[in-house]
Design a binder for this molecule. Structure first.
Ligand SMILES: O=C[C@H](O)COP(=O)(O)O
Length: 288
């Protein structure tokens, strides 16, 4: 298997096979504004868009987000917002029912002497189903290692939650042609603790693209997503490879989302800054 290219001169990407039922799937009213390459879209995976508010917001600004999240949102997209822990209940109580709510972190145990931490059970108790784990800011600002992230993922799944584990390479790793090695190692660390792939959405977020305005090009993102799907096929099975959503994060915006969404292995987005603004709805509706 060849390495992932570091920058310009991306070689031809490996695509999932064409599917006749993809071409003939019904279109919503949103489809008229989005020109997708249907020949490479998978009909098996529902488009997924998460908004990660990070450490932003207060009750007043959440009220504003709730207003624009009334949409209309494409029924073809699963939508989740990740809010600060202290606003989980407020957000769940106010957000429309068709929008899931995620915590941005949780611990690997159900309870105990872990000051400052929260458990998956507590998140569920507030009516929230999702948790984002291993975000690059957890990995690189708070020094969370692969093993801890994997254990958190395992415990969250055992607790019945749906999980968005995040992976991605740093700039020096991409420039050193180590992208594939890094993301595969992150996936390998997760694997022993993933008991139910149907409740997992993998977020590929190159660290160099997060909050920088430097989005991976659609070809760069597609190339890594296709490699990750191949990795799932080899290390898990065909069913998991075909059905697991792999979403892209890193400076996704209303202006680049439609081109990214045309790629066959990009099953949605994890959006930071742009999820705080009304145009987030355009990103949610990027594939129609
Ligand atoms: O979780 C989201 C990512 O960190 C992307 O953030 P960003 O869209 O602000 O670049």
């Amino acid at each position: 298997m060849g390495g992932i290219t570091s920058g310009v001169g991306i070689r031809a990407e490996e695509r999932v096979p064409d599917r006749a039922d993809d071409i003939h799937q019904p279109h919503s009213e949103y489809s008229s504004t989005v020109h997708c390459d249907l020949s490479i879209m998978s009909g098996q995976r529902k488009f997924f868009v998460g908004g990660n508010w990070k450490m932003n917001g207060d009750k007043a600004s959440i009220d504003g987000i709730v207003s624009f999240m009334k949409g209309p949102l494409s029924p073809n997209t699963e939508v989740v917002v990740g809010c600060p822990q202290c606003y989980l209940m407020y957000t769940r109580q106010n957000m429309p029912d068709n929008v899931g709510v995620a915590a941005q972190n949780c611990y690997k145990s159900a309870k105990g002497a872990f000051t400052g931490e929260i458990s998956p059970g507590m998140i569920k108790d507030l009516g929230c189903e999702w948790v984002i784990l291993g975000h690059s800011e957890r990995r690189h600002v708070f020094n969370e290692p692969d093993q801890l992230i994997s254990e958190k993922v395992g415990h969250a799944l055992e607790s019945g939650m749906k999980v968005i584990p995040c992976i991605g390479e740093k700039l020096d790793e991409r420039e050193g042609n180590r992208t594939e090695e890094v993301v595969f190692a992150q996936m390998k660390a997760l694997l022993p603790n993933i008991s139910d792939w149907s409740r997992v959405v993998i977020a590929y977020e190159p660290v160099w693209a997060i909050g920088t305005g430097k989005t991976a090009t659609p070809d760069q993102a597609q190339e890594v997503h296709a490699k990750l799907r191949q990795w799932l096929r080899k290390n898990v099975n065909d069913q998991v490879a075909d059905s697991t959503r792999i979403i892209y994060g890193g400076s996704v915006s209303p202006s680049n989302c439609e081109e990214l969404a045309k790629k066959g292995d990009i099953d949605g987005f994890l959006v930071g800054g742009a999820s705080l603004k009304p145009d987030f709805v355009k990103i949610i509706n990027a594939r129609g």
